[in-house]
Design a binder for this molecule. Structure first.
Ligand SMILES: Cc1cc2nc3c(=O)[nH]c(=O)nc-3n(C[C@H](O)[C@H](O)[C@H](O)COP(=O)(O)OP(=O)(O)OC[C@H]3O[C@@H](n4cnc5c(N)ncnc54)[C@H](O)[C@@H]3O)c2cc1C
Length: 467
Protein backbone atom coordinates (compact mmCIF):
# COMPACT_ATOMS: atom_id res chain seq x y z
CA UNK A 1 0.00 0.00 0.00
CA UNK A 2 1.34 3.41 -0.91
CA UNK A 3 -0.02 6.66 0.55
CA UNK A 4 0.56 9.85 -1.40
CA UNK A 5 -1.41 13.04 -0.81
CA UNK A 6 -4.77 11.25 -0.53
CA UNK A 7 -5.93 7.67 -0.83
CA UNK A 8 -5.76 7.70 -4.66
CA UNK A 9 -2.76 5.34 -4.68
CA UNK A 10 -3.48 3.46 -1.48
CA UNK A 11 -5.72 0.79 -2.95
CA UNK A 12 -4.21 0.41 -6.41
CA UNK A 13 -2.17 -2.78 -6.79
CA UNK A 14 1.43 -2.58 -7.94
CA UNK A 15 2.21 -3.79 -11.48
CA UNK A 16 3.35 -7.37 -11.81
CA UNK A 17 7.17 -7.32 -11.52
CA UNK A 18 8.94 -8.55 -14.63
CA UNK A 19 10.09 -12.17 -14.33
CA UNK A 20 8.34 -12.85 -11.02
CA UNK A 21 7.02 -16.17 -12.38
CA UNK A 22 10.64 -17.43 -12.52
CA UNK A 23 11.43 -16.51 -8.95
CA UNK A 24 11.15 -18.48 -5.73
CA UNK A 25 11.22 -17.14 -2.18
CA UNK A 26 12.75 -18.77 0.91
CA UNK A 27 11.72 -17.25 4.22
CA UNK A 28 13.75 -18.24 7.26
CA UNK A 29 11.69 -18.10 10.48
CA UNK A 30 7.94 -18.56 10.72
CA UNK A 31 7.05 -15.50 12.82
CA UNK A 32 4.75 -12.65 11.85
CA UNK A 33 7.47 -10.99 9.74
CA UNK A 34 7.84 -14.02 7.47
CA UNK A 35 4.11 -14.74 7.31
CA UNK A 36 3.46 -11.10 6.39
CA UNK A 37 6.33 -11.14 3.88
CA UNK A 38 4.87 -14.20 2.17
CA UNK A 39 1.39 -12.64 2.05
CA UNK A 40 2.71 -9.38 0.56
CA UNK A 41 4.74 -11.35 -2.01
CA UNK A 42 1.52 -13.04 -3.11
CA UNK A 43 -0.87 -10.08 -2.91
CA UNK A 44 1.34 -7.20 -4.04
CA UNK A 45 4.33 -8.98 -5.60
CA UNK A 46 2.17 -11.25 -7.77
CA UNK A 47 4.23 -14.29 -6.80
CA UNK A 48 2.47 -17.67 -6.87
CA UNK A 49 2.12 -19.13 -3.38
CA UNK A 50 3.64 -22.45 -4.43
CA UNK A 51 6.92 -20.65 -5.14
CA UNK A 52 7.23 -19.68 -1.48
CA UNK A 53 8.73 -21.82 1.32
CA UNK A 54 8.82 -20.90 5.01
CA UNK A 55 11.52 -22.64 7.10
CA UNK A 56 10.73 -22.76 10.81
CA UNK A 57 12.65 -24.39 13.61
CA UNK A 58 9.59 -25.01 15.77
CA UNK A 59 6.59 -27.21 15.00
CA UNK A 60 4.18 -24.31 14.53
CA UNK A 61 4.09 -20.81 13.04
CA UNK A 62 3.80 -17.47 14.81
CA UNK A 63 7.09 -17.05 16.64
CA UNK A 64 6.60 -14.57 19.47
CA UNK A 65 2.85 -14.45 18.83
CA UNK A 66 1.86 -17.46 20.86
CA UNK A 67 -0.83 -18.89 23.08
CA UNK A 68 -0.19 -22.21 24.74
CA UNK A 69 -3.47 -24.03 25.16
CA UNK A 70 -2.67 -26.95 27.44
CA UNK A 71 -5.30 -26.82 30.21
CA UNK A 72 -3.50 -29.24 32.51
CA UNK A 73 -0.40 -27.03 32.34
CA UNK A 74 -1.84 -23.64 31.65
CA UNK A 75 -2.90 -20.95 29.26
CA UNK A 76 0.42 -19.32 28.57
CA UNK A 77 1.02 -16.19 26.56
CA UNK A 78 4.58 -14.95 26.59
CA UNK A 79 3.53 -11.53 25.37
CA UNK A 80 0.38 -9.59 24.61
CA UNK A 81 0.53 -6.84 22.01
CA UNK A 82 -0.52 -3.27 22.52
CA UNK A 83 -1.86 -2.38 19.11
CA UNK A 84 -2.95 0.99 17.76
CA UNK A 85 -4.21 2.94 14.77
CA UNK A 86 -0.83 3.51 13.18
CA UNK A 87 0.29 0.01 12.38
CA UNK A 88 0.06 0.71 8.69
CA UNK A 89 1.52 -2.54 7.36
CA UNK A 90 -0.38 -4.71 9.81
CA UNK A 91 -3.80 -3.28 9.02
CA UNK A 92 -3.04 -3.19 5.32
CA UNK A 93 -2.22 -6.89 5.54
CA UNK A 94 -5.15 -8.00 7.67
CA UNK A 95 -7.74 -6.17 5.56
CA UNK A 96 -6.99 -8.91 2.99
CA UNK A 97 -7.07 -11.91 5.35
CA UNK A 98 -10.48 -13.52 6.00
CA UNK A 99 -11.60 -13.89 9.61
CA UNK A 100 -11.91 -17.44 10.89
CA UNK A 101 -14.76 -16.46 13.23
CA UNK A 102 -17.03 -14.21 11.18
CA UNK A 103 -18.02 -15.27 7.70
CA UNK A 104 -17.47 -12.61 5.07
CA UNK A 105 -15.40 -10.39 7.38
CA UNK A 106 -11.67 -9.73 7.26
CA UNK A 107 -9.42 -10.03 10.32
CA UNK A 108 -9.24 -6.21 10.30
CA UNK A 109 -13.07 -5.93 10.25
CA UNK A 110 -13.34 -8.32 13.16
CA UNK A 111 -10.60 -6.52 15.10
CA UNK A 112 -12.15 -3.10 14.49
CA UNK A 113 -15.64 -4.23 15.45
CA UNK A 114 -14.34 -5.67 18.73
CA UNK A 115 -12.51 -2.47 19.60
CA UNK A 116 -15.37 -0.25 18.48
CA UNK A 117 -17.83 -2.08 20.72
CA UNK A 118 -15.48 -2.35 23.65
CA UNK A 119 -12.77 0.31 23.58
CA UNK A 120 -9.78 -0.06 25.85
CA UNK A 121 -9.57 2.23 28.85
CA UNK A 122 -7.65 1.98 32.09
CA UNK A 123 -9.36 3.24 35.22
CA UNK A 124 -6.24 2.66 37.25
CA UNK A 125 -3.15 3.27 35.17
CA UNK A 126 -0.55 3.54 37.93
CA UNK A 127 -0.40 2.35 41.48
CA UNK A 128 2.42 2.06 43.95
CA UNK A 129 3.08 0.54 47.37
CA UNK A 130 0.42 -2.15 47.37
CA UNK A 131 -2.25 -0.37 45.43
CA UNK A 132 -1.86 3.25 46.52
CA UNK A 133 -2.35 5.97 43.96
CA UNK A 134 0.69 7.55 42.35
CA UNK A 135 0.44 11.31 43.05
CA UNK A 136 -0.77 13.36 40.06
CA UNK A 137 -1.19 10.13 38.16
CA UNK A 138 -3.00 11.83 35.28
CA UNK A 139 -0.12 14.29 34.77
CA UNK A 140 3.23 13.82 33.11
CA UNK A 141 5.01 15.75 35.96
CA UNK A 142 7.88 16.83 33.70
CA UNK A 143 9.60 19.88 35.22
CA UNK A 144 11.63 22.34 33.12
CA UNK A 145 14.80 20.32 33.30
CA UNK A 146 13.07 17.07 32.43
CA UNK A 147 11.27 18.74 29.52
CA UNK A 148 14.58 20.07 28.21
CA UNK A 149 16.18 16.60 28.43
CA UNK A 150 13.24 15.11 26.58
CA UNK A 151 13.27 17.71 23.81
CA UNK A 152 17.04 17.49 23.44
CA UNK A 153 16.76 13.76 22.93
CA UNK A 154 13.85 14.14 20.55
CA UNK A 155 15.70 16.59 18.30
CA UNK A 156 19.13 14.97 18.54
CA UNK A 157 20.63 13.17 15.57
CA UNK A 158 20.82 9.40 15.60
CA UNK A 159 24.61 9.65 15.81
CA UNK A 160 24.39 11.74 18.98
CA UNK A 161 22.44 8.97 20.72
CA UNK A 162 24.32 5.98 19.36
CA UNK A 163 26.19 3.78 21.86
CA UNK A 164 24.74 5.66 24.82
CA UNK A 165 22.50 4.50 27.60
CA UNK A 166 19.42 6.44 28.64
CA UNK A 167 20.92 7.32 32.02
CA UNK A 168 23.93 8.82 30.27
CA UNK A 169 21.78 11.46 28.55
CA UNK A 170 18.77 12.00 30.83
CA UNK A 171 18.92 13.57 34.28
CA UNK A 172 17.39 12.58 37.60
CA UNK A 173 14.40 14.92 37.16
CA UNK A 174 13.36 13.03 34.06
CA UNK A 175 13.56 9.69 35.86
CA UNK A 176 11.36 11.01 38.68
CA UNK A 177 8.59 12.07 36.28
CA UNK A 178 5.33 10.25 35.72
CA UNK A 179 6.11 10.49 32.01
CA UNK A 180 9.05 8.13 32.47
CA UNK A 181 6.95 5.80 34.59
CA UNK A 182 4.21 5.75 31.95
CA UNK A 183 6.69 5.25 29.15
CA UNK A 184 8.86 2.59 30.73
CA UNK A 185 5.91 0.51 31.89
CA UNK A 186 4.34 0.72 28.45
CA UNK A 187 7.45 -0.18 26.45
CA UNK A 188 9.61 -2.11 28.94
CA UNK A 189 12.45 0.40 29.15
CA UNK A 190 15.05 0.48 31.88
CA UNK A 191 17.40 3.39 32.65
CA UNK A 192 20.37 1.46 31.28
CA UNK A 193 18.73 0.61 27.94
CA UNK A 194 19.65 2.25 24.65
CA UNK A 195 19.23 6.02 24.36
CA UNK A 196 18.85 5.67 20.62
CA UNK A 197 16.06 3.14 21.04
CA UNK A 198 14.23 5.49 23.41
CA UNK A 199 14.64 8.34 20.93
CA UNK A 200 13.23 6.21 18.10
CA UNK A 201 10.30 5.10 20.27
CA UNK A 202 9.60 8.75 21.13
CA UNK A 203 9.36 9.52 17.42
CA UNK A 204 7.30 6.44 16.63
CA UNK A 205 4.85 6.84 19.50
CA UNK A 206 4.68 10.63 20.04
CA UNK A 207 0.96 10.55 19.36
CA UNK A 208 0.47 8.30 22.42
CA UNK A 209 1.42 11.08 24.83
CA UNK A 210 -2.13 12.35 25.31
CA UNK A 211 -3.38 8.88 26.27
CA UNK A 212 -0.43 7.60 28.29
CA UNK A 213 -2.43 8.14 31.47
CA UNK A 214 -5.46 6.07 30.47
CA UNK A 215 -4.42 3.82 27.56
CA UNK A 216 -7.44 4.87 25.55
CA UNK A 217 -5.32 4.70 22.40
CA UNK A 218 -4.60 1.00 22.71
CA UNK A 219 -6.40 -1.71 20.81
CA UNK A 220 -6.48 -5.42 21.45
CA UNK A 221 -7.32 -8.57 19.61
CA UNK A 222 -10.14 -10.69 20.96
CA UNK A 223 -7.90 -13.61 21.83
CA UNK A 224 -4.14 -14.00 22.02
CA UNK A 225 -2.39 -13.01 18.79
CA UNK A 226 -1.71 -16.60 17.78
CA UNK A 227 -5.41 -17.27 17.48
CA UNK A 228 -6.48 -13.84 16.30
CA UNK A 229 -3.74 -13.16 13.72
CA UNK A 230 -1.42 -16.13 13.10
CA UNK A 231 -4.06 -18.81 12.51
CA UNK A 232 -6.10 -16.89 9.88
CA UNK A 233 -2.93 -15.68 8.15
CA UNK A 234 -1.43 -19.18 8.07
CA UNK A 235 -4.66 -20.61 6.65
CA UNK A 236 -4.72 -17.93 3.93
CA UNK A 237 -1.11 -18.73 3.01
CA UNK A 238 -1.77 -22.47 2.95
CA UNK A 239 -4.84 -21.89 0.78
CA UNK A 240 -2.54 -20.04 -1.62
CA UNK A 241 -0.14 -22.98 -1.78
CA UNK A 242 2.70 -21.73 0.45
CA UNK A 243 4.91 -24.57 1.80
CA UNK A 244 5.55 -24.56 5.55
CA UNK A 245 8.53 -26.69 6.60
CA UNK A 246 8.66 -27.11 10.38
CA UNK A 247 11.47 -28.61 12.45
CA UNK A 248 14.12 -27.01 10.21
CA UNK A 249 16.88 -25.23 12.09
CA UNK A 250 18.75 -22.99 9.68
CA UNK A 251 22.41 -22.93 10.69
CA UNK A 252 24.08 -20.77 8.05
CA UNK A 253 23.64 -18.99 4.73
CA UNK A 254 26.44 -18.74 2.14
CA UNK A 255 26.80 -15.56 0.12
CA UNK A 256 28.63 -14.47 -2.99
CA UNK A 257 29.60 -10.99 -1.80
CA UNK A 258 30.61 -8.37 -4.36
CA UNK A 259 30.96 -4.60 -4.10
CA UNK A 260 27.54 -3.91 -5.61
CA UNK A 261 25.46 -6.88 -4.42
CA UNK A 262 25.21 -9.83 -2.07
CA UNK A 263 23.80 -13.03 -3.51
CA UNK A 264 22.74 -15.87 -1.20
CA UNK A 265 24.06 -19.12 -2.70
CA UNK A 266 23.05 -21.78 -0.16
CA UNK A 267 20.91 -22.19 2.96
CA UNK A 268 22.25 -24.79 5.41
CA UNK A 269 19.94 -26.45 7.92
CA UNK A 270 19.52 -29.32 10.33
CA UNK A 271 16.37 -31.42 10.13
CA UNK A 272 15.81 -34.37 12.48
CA UNK A 273 19.48 -34.24 13.41
CA UNK A 274 20.66 -34.51 9.78
CA UNK A 275 22.39 -31.76 7.84
CA UNK A 276 20.63 -30.53 4.74
CA UNK A 277 20.11 -27.42 2.70
CA UNK A 278 19.26 -25.91 -0.63
CA UNK A 279 21.44 -24.33 -3.32
CA UNK A 280 20.23 -20.97 -4.58
CA UNK A 281 20.52 -19.11 -7.86
CA UNK A 282 19.94 -15.51 -8.95
CA UNK A 283 16.16 -16.06 -9.11
CA UNK A 284 15.90 -17.24 -5.52
CA UNK A 285 14.97 -14.58 -2.96
CA UNK A 286 15.94 -15.11 0.68
CA UNK A 287 14.32 -13.30 3.60
CA UNK A 288 15.75 -14.01 7.05
CA UNK A 289 13.47 -12.76 9.84
CA UNK A 290 14.44 -14.76 12.87
CA UNK A 291 13.23 -12.41 15.57
CA UNK A 292 14.96 -12.91 18.91
CA UNK A 293 12.61 -11.58 21.56
CA UNK A 294 11.45 -15.00 22.71
CA UNK A 295 14.61 -16.88 21.81
CA UNK A 296 15.53 -19.35 24.56
CA UNK A 297 12.37 -18.72 26.53
CA UNK A 298 11.82 -21.11 29.39
CA UNK A 299 8.44 -21.93 30.89
CA UNK A 300 7.92 -22.43 34.58
CA UNK A 301 4.88 -24.11 36.11
CA UNK A 302 3.14 -24.48 39.48
CA UNK A 303 6.17 -26.03 41.10
CA UNK A 304 9.12 -24.98 38.99
CA UNK A 305 10.56 -21.54 38.37
CA UNK A 306 11.51 -20.64 34.83
CA UNK A 307 15.21 -21.14 34.23
CA UNK A 308 17.55 -18.76 32.51
CA UNK A 309 18.67 -20.43 29.29
CA UNK A 310 21.74 -18.62 28.01
CA UNK A 311 22.30 -20.74 24.93
CA UNK A 312 22.90 -22.15 22.45
CA UNK A 313 20.46 -19.85 20.70
CA UNK A 314 19.79 -20.73 17.04
CA UNK A 315 18.56 -17.27 16.01
CA UNK A 316 21.46 -15.38 17.58
CA UNK A 317 23.97 -18.01 16.42
CA UNK A 318 22.70 -17.75 12.84
CA UNK A 319 22.82 -13.95 12.88
CA UNK A 320 26.35 -14.01 14.35
CA UNK A 321 27.54 -16.41 11.62
CA UNK A 322 26.02 -14.25 8.89
CA UNK A 323 27.23 -10.99 10.43
CA UNK A 324 30.80 -12.33 10.44
CA UNK A 325 30.68 -12.43 6.62
CA UNK A 326 30.09 -8.72 6.03
CA UNK A 327 29.69 -5.60 8.22
CA UNK A 328 26.49 -4.73 6.32
CA UNK A 329 24.77 -7.65 8.08
CA UNK A 330 24.79 -5.77 11.38
CA UNK A 331 26.18 -6.21 14.88
CA UNK A 332 24.12 -8.78 16.78
CA UNK A 333 26.05 -8.43 20.01
CA UNK A 334 24.91 -4.84 20.41
CA UNK A 335 21.54 -6.46 21.17
CA UNK A 336 22.28 -9.99 22.33
CA UNK A 337 25.30 -9.80 24.60
CA UNK A 338 23.67 -8.25 27.68
CA UNK A 339 21.47 -11.00 29.05
CA UNK A 340 21.59 -9.92 32.72
CA UNK A 341 20.45 -6.44 31.74
CA UNK A 342 17.78 -7.42 29.26
CA UNK A 343 16.04 -10.54 30.56
CA UNK A 344 12.52 -10.27 31.86
CA UNK A 345 9.53 -12.26 33.05
CA UNK A 346 5.93 -12.61 32.06
CA UNK A 347 3.23 -14.66 33.73
CA UNK A 348 -0.43 -15.45 33.39
CA UNK A 349 -2.46 -15.93 36.53
CA UNK A 350 -5.84 -17.61 36.40
CA UNK A 351 -8.09 -17.09 39.37
CA UNK A 352 -11.58 -18.00 40.57
CA UNK A 353 -11.18 -15.66 43.51
CA UNK A 354 -14.47 -14.09 44.58
CA UNK A 355 -12.67 -10.77 44.86
CA UNK A 356 -12.46 -10.71 41.09
CA UNK A 357 -16.26 -10.74 41.00
CA UNK A 358 -16.41 -7.15 39.85
CA UNK A 359 -14.64 -8.14 36.70
CA UNK A 360 -16.89 -11.10 36.21
CA UNK A 361 -19.96 -8.88 36.37
CA UNK A 362 -18.30 -6.48 34.01
CA UNK A 363 -17.65 -9.30 31.59
CA UNK A 364 -21.19 -10.57 31.72
CA UNK A 365 -22.57 -7.11 31.13
CA UNK A 366 -20.78 -6.73 27.84
CA UNK A 367 -21.80 -8.54 24.71
CA UNK A 368 -18.34 -8.27 23.21
CA UNK A 369 -15.37 -9.02 25.34
CA UNK A 370 -11.71 -8.93 24.71
CA UNK A 371 -8.39 -8.24 26.30
CA UNK A 372 -7.66 -4.88 27.81
CA UNK A 373 -7.89 -2.68 30.88
CA UNK A 374 -4.31 -2.17 31.85
CA UNK A 375 -2.82 -1.17 35.11
CA UNK A 376 0.80 -0.61 35.96
CA UNK A 377 2.11 -1.33 39.38
CA UNK A 378 5.38 -0.27 40.94
CA UNK A 379 6.69 -1.07 44.33
CA UNK A 380 10.07 0.10 45.45
CA UNK A 381 13.07 1.21 43.47
CA UNK A 382 13.83 -0.67 40.29
CA UNK A 383 10.74 -2.85 40.39
CA UNK A 384 7.80 -2.47 38.05
CA UNK A 385 5.06 -4.90 37.32
CA UNK A 386 2.71 -4.43 34.41
CA UNK A 387 -0.69 -6.00 34.95
CA UNK A 388 -3.30 -6.61 32.32
CA UNK A 389 -6.74 -7.66 33.55
CA UNK A 390 -8.68 -9.24 30.75
CA UNK A 391 -12.42 -9.42 30.53
CA UNK A 392 -11.83 -12.06 27.89
CA UNK A 393 -9.88 -15.29 28.45
CA UNK A 394 -6.81 -15.25 26.24
CA UNK A 395 -7.74 -18.42 24.39
CA UNK A 396 -10.97 -19.54 22.74
CA UNK A 397 -10.53 -23.05 24.14
CA UNK A 398 -10.47 -21.65 27.63
CA UNK A 399 -13.58 -19.66 26.96
CA UNK A 400 -15.35 -22.72 25.59
CA UNK A 401 -14.22 -24.88 28.50
CA UNK A 402 -15.16 -22.48 31.24
CA UNK A 403 -18.35 -20.94 29.91
CA UNK A 404 -19.88 -17.69 31.17
CA UNK A 405 -18.67 -18.20 34.73
CA UNK A 406 -15.13 -18.46 33.56
CA UNK A 407 -12.11 -17.35 35.44
CA UNK A 408 -10.33 -14.05 35.41
CA UNK A 409 -6.98 -14.10 33.69
CA UNK A 410 -4.34 -11.63 34.66
CA UNK A 411 -1.28 -11.14 32.51
CA UNK A 412 1.77 -9.71 34.20
CA UNK A 413 5.16 -8.57 33.01
CA UNK A 414 8.01 -7.79 35.34
CA UNK A 415 10.33 -5.35 33.66
CA UNK A 416 13.61 -6.59 34.98
CA UNK A 417 13.97 -10.15 36.15
CA UNK A 418 17.32 -9.42 37.70
CA UNK A 419 17.73 -11.59 40.73
CA UNK A 420 14.72 -13.81 40.63
CA UNK A 421 16.54 -17.13 41.09
CA UNK A 422 18.55 -15.72 43.97
CA UNK A 423 15.42 -14.20 45.50
CA UNK A 424 13.68 -17.55 45.30
CA UNK A 425 16.63 -19.34 46.90
CA UNK A 426 16.79 -16.72 49.62
CA UNK A 427 13.14 -17.35 50.48
CA UNK A 428 11.99 -13.86 49.55
CA UNK A 429 8.70 -15.27 48.30
CA UNK A 430 6.18 -16.62 50.75
CA UNK A 431 5.18 -20.30 50.78
CA UNK A 432 2.72 -20.98 48.07
CA UNK A 433 3.72 -18.04 45.96
CA UNK A 434 4.82 -19.15 42.58
CA UNK A 435 8.53 -18.50 42.35
CA UNK A 436 8.34 -17.80 38.63
CA UNK A 437 6.23 -14.78 39.40
CA UNK A 438 7.96 -11.73 40.74
CA UNK A 439 5.96 -10.49 43.69
CA UNK A 440 7.58 -7.99 45.96
CA UNK A 441 8.48 -9.26 49.41
CA UNK A 442 5.95 -6.99 51.05
CA UNK A 443 3.15 -8.54 49.09
CA UNK A 444 3.98 -12.06 50.04
CA UNK A 445 5.22 -12.07 53.61
CA UNK A 446 4.19 -14.55 56.28
CA UNK A 447 3.37 -17.32 53.83
CA UNK A 448 0.16 -15.56 52.81
CA UNK A 449 -0.97 -15.91 49.29
CA UNK A 450 -1.18 -12.47 47.74
CA UNK A 451 -4.67 -12.29 46.34
CA UNK A 452 -5.32 -15.41 44.30
CA UNK A 453 -6.40 -18.36 46.48
CA UNK A 454 -7.07 -20.63 43.55
CA UNK A 455 -4.67 -19.34 41.04
CA UNK A 456 -2.49 -20.99 38.47
CA UNK A 457 0.75 -19.22 37.74
CA UNK A 458 2.97 -19.72 34.77
CA UNK A 459 6.03 -17.83 33.91
CA UNK A 460 8.59 -17.45 31.22
CA UNK A 461 11.93 -15.79 30.87
CA UNK A 462 12.41 -13.73 27.75
CA UNK A 463 15.11 -11.39 26.55
CA UNK A 464 14.52 -7.80 25.61
CA UNK A 465 17.25 -6.31 23.46
CA UNK A 466 19.27 -3.53 24.95
CA UNK A 467 22.42 -1.82 23.88
C1 LIG B 1 6.37 -10.01 25.63
C2 LIG B 1 6.31 -9.26 24.32
C3 LIG B 1 5.52 -8.13 24.21
C4 LIG B 1 5.43 -7.45 23.01
N1 LIG B 1 4.61 -6.37 22.90
C5 LIG B 1 4.40 -5.80 21.71
C6 LIG B 1 3.45 -4.77 21.55
O1 LIG B 1 2.80 -4.38 22.51
N2 LIG B 1 3.24 -4.23 20.32
C7 LIG B 1 3.96 -4.66 19.24
O2 LIG B 1 3.74 -4.17 18.13
N3 LIG B 1 4.91 -5.63 19.37
C8 LIG B 1 5.12 -6.20 20.57
N4 LIG B 1 6.06 -7.18 20.70
C9 LIG B 1 6.94 -7.44 19.56
C10 LIG B 1 6.34 -8.36 18.51
O3 LIG B 1 5.66 -9.42 19.12
C11 LIG B 1 7.52 -8.88 17.69
O4 LIG B 1 8.23 -7.78 17.15
C12 LIG B 1 7.10 -9.74 16.52
O5 LIG B 1 6.20 -10.75 16.93
C13 LIG B 1 8.37 -10.33 15.92
O6 LIG B 1 8.03 -11.09 14.79
P1 LIG B 1 9.20 -11.75 13.94
O7 LIG B 1 8.54 -12.61 12.90
O8 LIG B 1 10.13 -10.69 13.50
O9 LIG B 1 10.02 -12.62 14.96
P2 LIG B 1 9.56 -13.87 15.83
O10 LIG B 1 8.12 -13.81 16.14
O11 LIG B 1 10.54 -13.98 16.95
O12 LIG B 1 9.75 -15.09 14.85
C14 LIG B 1 11.01 -15.59 14.50
C15 LIG B 1 10.86 -17.05 14.15
O13 LIG B 1 12.09 -17.50 13.64
C16 LIG B 1 12.33 -18.79 14.14
N5 LIG B 1 13.78 -19.03 14.09
C17 LIG B 1 14.73 -18.36 14.79
N6 LIG B 1 15.95 -18.83 14.46
C18 LIG B 1 15.75 -19.78 13.54
C19 LIG B 1 16.64 -20.62 12.82
N7 LIG B 1 17.96 -20.54 12.98
N8 LIG B 1 16.10 -21.52 11.95
C20 LIG B 1 14.75 -21.59 11.77
N9 LIG B 1 13.87 -20.83 12.43
C21 LIG B 1 14.38 -19.93 13.30
C22 LIG B 1 11.78 -18.76 15.56
O14 LIG B 1 11.49 -20.07 16.04
C23 LIG B 1 10.52 -17.91 15.37
O15 LIG B 1 9.39 -18.70 15.09
C24 LIG B 1 6.18 -7.89 21.89
C25 LIG B 1 7.00 -9.03 22.00
C26 LIG B 1 7.05 -9.71 23.21
C27 LIG B 1 7.91 -10.94 23.29
Amino acid sequence: MYYSSGNYEAFARPRKPEGVENKTAWLVGGGLASLAGAAFLIRDGHMAGDKITILEELKLPGGALDGLNVPEKGFVIRGGRELEDHMECEWDLFRSIPSLEIEGASVLDEFRWVNKSDPNYSLQRLTQRQGQDVPDKALLTLNDKAQKDLLRMFFSTREEMENKRINEVMGEDFFKSNFWLFWRTTFAFQEWHSALELKLYLHRFTHWISSLADFSNLKFSKYNQYESFVLPLTKWLQDHGVTFRYGIKVTDVDFDIRADRKQATRIHWIENGAEGGVDLGPDDLVFITIGSLVENTDNGDHHTPAKLNEGPAPAWDLWRRIAAKDPAFGRPDVFGAHIPESKWHSATITTLDERSQIHREDRQARPVQRQGDHGRYRDGEGFQLALQLDRQPPTSLQEAAEGPDRVLVLFAVRGHAGRLREEVDAGVYGRGDHPGMALSPRRSDGGRRSNCPSSQWYSTVTFWPST
